[in-house]
Each structure stands twice: as C-alpha cells, then as structure tokens.
Design a protein around this ligand. Sequence first.
Ligand SMILES: Cc1ncc(COP(=O)(O)O)c(C=O)c1O
Length: 934
Amino acid sequence: MKRKAKTVEPQREIAINLYRSVWEVRNDGWIHLSDNANRLASAEASGGDVDLARQRVAETLDLLEPIESYWAFPGRQGFQRLLSLFQEREYGGFNDLVHRISRALSSQSYRKSFVSLHLDEESAVEEEERRETEVRVDRPYFEVLIVDDLSAQEEETLRQRLRSMRRDEDKFIYELVVVPSFQDALIAVMFNFNLQACVIRYGFPLQSRYKLDILGQLLEGYEDEDLEILPESERGCLLGTKIAQLRPELDLYMVTDVSVEDIAGKLCENFHRVFYREEDDRELHFSILHAIEDRYQTPFFTALRVYSQQPTGVFHALPISRGKSILQSHWIQDMIQFYGLGVFLAETSATSGGLDSLLEPTGPIKVAQELAARAFGAKRTYWVTNGTSTANKIVVQALIQPGDIVMLDRNCHKSHHYGMVLSGAHVVYLDAYPLNEYSMYGAVPIRSIKQRLLEQKRAGKLDRVKLILLTNCTFDGIVYDVERVMEECLAIKPDLIFLWDEAWFAFAGFHPTYRRRTGMGAAARLRDRFRDPEFRQRHVQFKEQFGNPDDGDERWLDTRLVPDPDRARIRVYVTHSTHKTLTALRQGSMIHVYDQDFKQKVEEAFHEAYMTHTSTSPNYQILASLDIGRRQVELEGYELVQKQLDHAMALRERIATHPLLKKYFRFLATGDLIPKQYRPSGIETYFDSEQRWARMEECWHTDEFVVDPTRLTLHIGATGVDGDTFKHDYLMEKYGIQINKTSRNTVLFMTNIGTTRSAVAFLIEILVKIAQDLDERNEDMSPPEAKLHQLKVESLTKRLPALPDFSHFHRFFRSDTGIPTPEGDMRKGYFMAYNEELCRYVTMPELQKHVASGQEIVSAMFVIPYPPGFPILVPGQVISREILAFIEALDTREIHGYRPELGFRVFTDDALARSTDIPAPDAMPVRIPAFKAA
Ligand SMILES: Cc1ncc(COP(=O)(O)O)c(C=O)c1O
C-alpha cells in the first residue's frame, strides 16, 4: 500500500539516554514544572517577573514534550492542552492543570481511576463521575502501543472504539499510546514500562521527530534507506523482531490491509496474531486481555490459595498445617500474630487436593514451571527449594559420571566443589585473573579456557571433557561474554556442555543489555546464529583461512574461533538463586535448561539427580513465591531492572562528585576491575560528563568482560579501616546497613529490584556521616596515632598480598599416565581424609619450613577463608609457597578447614607413597610451554 506523503521535519535530539534515566527525568521534570507553573501564576497575579518564570516553564515543557508522547497519561493530547494554555498565557488554568496531572502521576492514581483534564473543577468532577464506569480499582492497568500514523481525530476514534469494548468482567484495563513511526515505536518500548502489548498497524513511516542516541545501536546493520524500501509486511515484521529483542515479554499483534492469509504464513514467530484492518477490533481487544491473563496466571499459587480455603481434617503429618498446633497453644500465639493465618492455612504435607508433586509434577507445578521456562527463555525449568547450592549439585550430578573431566573456575561457589566430589568428576581448575590491589579475583579469560581445552586435546582426552562451569556474574559483578565463550569452546569441542552459575543474575533476563550476556540469552542467540546461512558461510571462510594447525599452535589462542554450525550442539544449563535478585522466598531457586540433547541423553539422569537432592517435603510457600516472582518479572521485570540500574548509576554518580565522599570512598569502575587486554572498547568508566551513561552499551557489545553496574564495590582503603571492620562496626552496628561481601579494602553494595530512591539517598547520607566521623577522627589524632593510621592506609592500599593461582593436584590424585594434564580426582582425596590414619595436622610454622625445603605437603581438606570465600586448598592439592604467603597475610576472622590449635589437616607421606608410576608435578604443564601465558 502507498504510504501517505509526509513533510520531513528535522529530528530533535532527546537529551536522555537509557541509563540515567528517562523515568527520573520525567518525575523530576513534573516536579519542576509544578514549581515553576506556581511561580508563573503568582508572578502574574502579583506583578512579579513573569518573563523569568515563563522561560523556566518553557524549558521544562521542552524537556517533557518528547517523553510524554510515549505515555498514555496525560498523553499527547493532554500535553497539547497544557501547551495551548501556556501559549495563550492562561497561567492560572495552566497551573491548576499541571498540578492535577503531576499529582495523578506521582500518586499513580491515573492507573486506578479516570483523571479529567477539564480546567474547571466542576466539569472535571462531573466528567470523572460520568466515567465512573471505568472504575479501575483492583484491576491492574497497562498500556497498549499502537504503531500507526494517525491524525488526532483518527486516534481518538480508535481509542473510543477500543474503550467501548470494555466489560465489567474484564480483569485488566488498558489505555492506548499511539506512535506514528518505526523509530517512535522502539523509543516507546524502551521508555514506557506500562506497555504490555503492541499493535503494529499499516502505513507507518520510519523516522521519528525525535532522535535518540541508543537507536543507532539497535538498528545496527540497517541503513535508513534499506528500511525505507522494505515492503509493508516486512517492515512490520522487522519492527516486531526488534521489539522482541528489547522486550520479549510484550505481546505483539499485526493489523494489516494486505491479505492476512498471505501475511500469516510469513509472519515471524514473535507475533501473537494478525488481524485484517479494523474488522476484528473486538477480537483484538479479547486477544490483548487474554494474553495478559496468560502472564498473570500463577497456577501453583492459585491452587494453593484454593486449597487453603477448603475445609479439611488433618490426619497426617505437619501439625502446623492450618495453624492447628499454634491456634491451640497457650504459648506460641505470637507466631500467628506475626505471620498471619494465611501462611499456615496454605501449609500441608499432602500432595493431594490438586497441589501436585514437585518430584513428579503433572498439574499446576508442571504448568508453572513451563511458564517459568518461557519467562526466562529456557526450554525447560525446574524449581529447587533449597537454593542454588542444591541446584548446582543436581545439574552436575545429572551431567557427570565418575572420571569425566570438568573445567571449573576455582573461585566458584563451594557447592560446585562439593558437587565435583559427589559426582566423582576429575577437575581441571581454571584460574581467574587476579585483582591483587583489591584482594579479589576477576573471571576466567577465554584464552585460558581454550588453553586448557587444547591441552586435553593434545593428550587425547577431549572426549572425557564434559562440562565447563563458570560463574556469571561473579559476586563482584564481572560478567562474561557468554556467547563468545561458548562459540569458541564449541569450535574445539562441539558437544561441550556449559553450566553458568547465575545465582546473582536471575534479574538479567529482563533487560536487553543484560540479557545478551546471560546463559539463556546467549543460547537462544547461538541457535539463531547456527541456523543463519551467513554464519555457515563465515564458518567456511574461517576454515579455509585457519587451516588445521597443530593443537599447540598459538593461533588457536589468538584467533576468534568459529564453530561448525552443523556439528555444534547447544547444551546450556543455568542456575538462578531467584531469591537473591527477584521476588522469591529464601532458598527459592531455578534450574534452566537449553540443551538440544536433553531428551536423548540427560532426561533420565536428571530425574535421578533431582530425586537425589530434592526433599520429599518441599516448602510450598517457596514454590508459590517462585510462581509469583515469575508473574512479576513477566509483567514488570523490565521496569524493575531498569530502575535498579538507575539507582546504581545515581549512587555511583553521587559518590564520584561529592567533595567529602570522594576523599575516602571510590566505587571501582570497569577500568579498575577489568584489565586493559579484556577491554577492546578502551572504556574505563561507563560515566562521562558528556555522554553520561551511554558508554555502557558500547562495552557490553564489545568487551570480553564487563562490570554489572548494580554491584557496587566501594574502595575504602583511604579510610584506614579494613573491609570486615567497616562492615561490622561502621555500617551494621552504627547505622543498621546490611551488606554481605567485603575484601581487605572494599565493601560491596548492591541495588536490587526492591531498592528505592529514598534508600539510595539514605545510603549517601550514611556515607557522608561516616566520612564526617573519619574527618573528626583524623583531626583528633596524636602524631603517633597519625603515623599508625598512615601505615594502616598504606597496608590497605599498597601492600596487598598477591592472590595465588591453583597450585596442582598431587600425582596420587591424578590419572595422567600419558601426556600430563592437570585434572585431579578430588573425591578420592575427600574420602581418603575420612581415614584418620592417613592424615595428620601440621602447624603453620612447620608447614612453612617443609614447603621452603621443597617438601610436598598435600591438603586433606577444603580450606576456605571468608572473605574471599573460595577454597584456597582442596583435598589432594599440593600446598605452595604462594598459598601460605597469602594465608599468612589475610586478616580474616574465619578460615574453614583450618584449626588454629592444630593447624592444617594434610595427608601423611605413607598415604601418598604408592603414587610412583605417575609423573612428578614438575613434569606437569601447569602452563603449556608452547603457549605464552595468558
Ligand atoms: C555464585 C554462587 N552460586 C551459588 C550460591 C548458592 O546459592 P544459594 O544461597 O541460593 O544456595 C551462591 C551463594 O552465595 C553464589 O554466590
């Protein structure tokens, strides 16, 4: 169809990028507008400086105008009304209307009831009463985006038509946002978190009146001219694809005037339905509501609520069910007072009554898990009621048989190390790059991973390498280029399986920038890539150029490897501590699976592993919370994650610019946490005064590692207080601020989806108070105290112990009779240590003496200092000089596996004496000599 001829206006730049933040700018904009409108009205009434007040109002209106064109309230027309009042210099009426809109926005009352934009109070009340049929109380509200180049009159007609279809029994209520172009649709999807559905109609042009920097990246690879000449149906499809990349949860519809039968067959998978012109408005309305209901449903939570209202007699276990044992008690009534009765009515030990069984789900749990899989982009999802500690063990046990080789980040959570023991894996520990100056580790470079894989290839053991296990993101917020890691590893071993421990990253699937660096996001991208003929071509070219070099050839490490799409299998597992970053009760976790070979190779073993670790009495409240948490992210995940990001950015910006705070504190930036060689973007910090936060997007596209800005590592070396003391004595005891992780000179803060603007302000206030206390302390110091303080600052900022790499497994625990490789059988060491006769204790001084004289001493235990919390020694590992130096320099209160009165538990020489036929450790290539160190 022919597009309407349009006069092309020059584009106006929107002075905002996505990171910091359109919503804050909008909120603040309305507050300023209210203040200035008030001033303007008063100036006019009292004969004051009208021009100045007018200019201020004009500036704020200018800022708000583009933003408001993407929201339903007050909407483009409401905003136009304001502008006309302002232009006609009706300042009294203008002021009243600004206040009414501003109040409705800040209280969000527009979601609950109709807000009239009539100037005169009486007419406004009358209109609101007339529209009372639109009572929205208890009906969740959302907005629907219509992409169509409509006149104001046409827009109003469409609005009325869809409104007229509302029925009392509708569970939800929506309003329309109409945008005229392709680019506007994308901006609306990014700006407006009230949107839940998008209807792409016909005849819309490409360009917006507004220009937004981030659009360039989103439309990378598409020239404006390419888009201009796209046929109608393809333009709509492309828009659908782009919207789905940004916010896959949105329901997409197409309304077309081309033959629907033709289009329906060609429509991309992202569309729910296609309609022919306006003939199906009613169907469209029902479809929109139905699709929201689909995300809103919580099968297990609903079943539990129904169950809790049924009269039942309890003749089985669990006296607490229905609150019985409490209600009859004289002594524990406060339990009900505190928790309320609901939670106990929902307690049952029965799997009957439609409540399904977690171990063999066939009813609501099964459906709820399927919905979770959809939400998190998995092929299948399993709920776990005792944390990711258990989720990790289930996955490892399902995938690994004794003797299989697993490559594992040494700094990963302890559940993985114990998982290795349980499964009997032979472990190759991967070393993350150290950040000695902050006493923490980064992540494992792709070069080291490839190096280890090639080492196994050379030794002819690649078939035994089953799994690579990495933490994404790390506790400190280092995020991998997940797609690249998998792609390059699959080029070396096409059926390799990946387990991404995303305990801290469950929220990441609900924001476009984060999503591409999640296990599930990357798996989906790889699937699309492997199906793409262009990628196949790329692989052919790569093969021609790369040839078939020897496994020890440096080129393997220096070249970006391209896997063969016909051989590579996508086998990805992710574990989430849903409870850590989303709404779920403590211990609520999920396993997400995207494994092409699951049915054929894993399903039975997975079932057994799940049975091994899952309680026969899983906590129903945890399960219900996982179901509700999933509903929340499918309906408001994008908003919540974006706000979490905004709060983090605000916090970073404040600390960086506050004169007193800068003196003692500094949030570590990308340049601090990621060495240069892993940052091709060259960007040191996401923030700069000109581009604000726009650079984050660039790093996240190009760099090997990036920092999750919502994990805020505060460097406190300049305070002269170590991390642990700062956490306990300053933050917790004095100001009640809870944090979790510290290093010698840092403390880690996090924003999450529950963080508010006031919480951010509170933290800044506390840090200012602490800085003032520190100033006072420093001023009152005697000269000897000042000297001591100086030494402490130096020890926390300059003299930090080098973080040791994993040493190696003793040959007794290795099986490498041919070409030596580093994997070790930890399970053998773990169980050998049960035998008292094979172990002894050595004190630190004795150990230092033995190790200095070249004696091999082998740990019988996991030794884990908190912080940093990773095992510095594992069973079967040879104790190195570097490890002892590190332990000695730690000022940590807790070292698990070390008994101060006895020392370290190690194996006796006799116990290890039988291991003569295996090469000595110095013959083992901790680094392959042919390769340069990573
Ligand atoms: C990386 C990582 N994985 C797994 C876990 C264990 O998670 P959960 O507490 O849900 O058992 C943690 C806990 O801190 C962790 O940091």
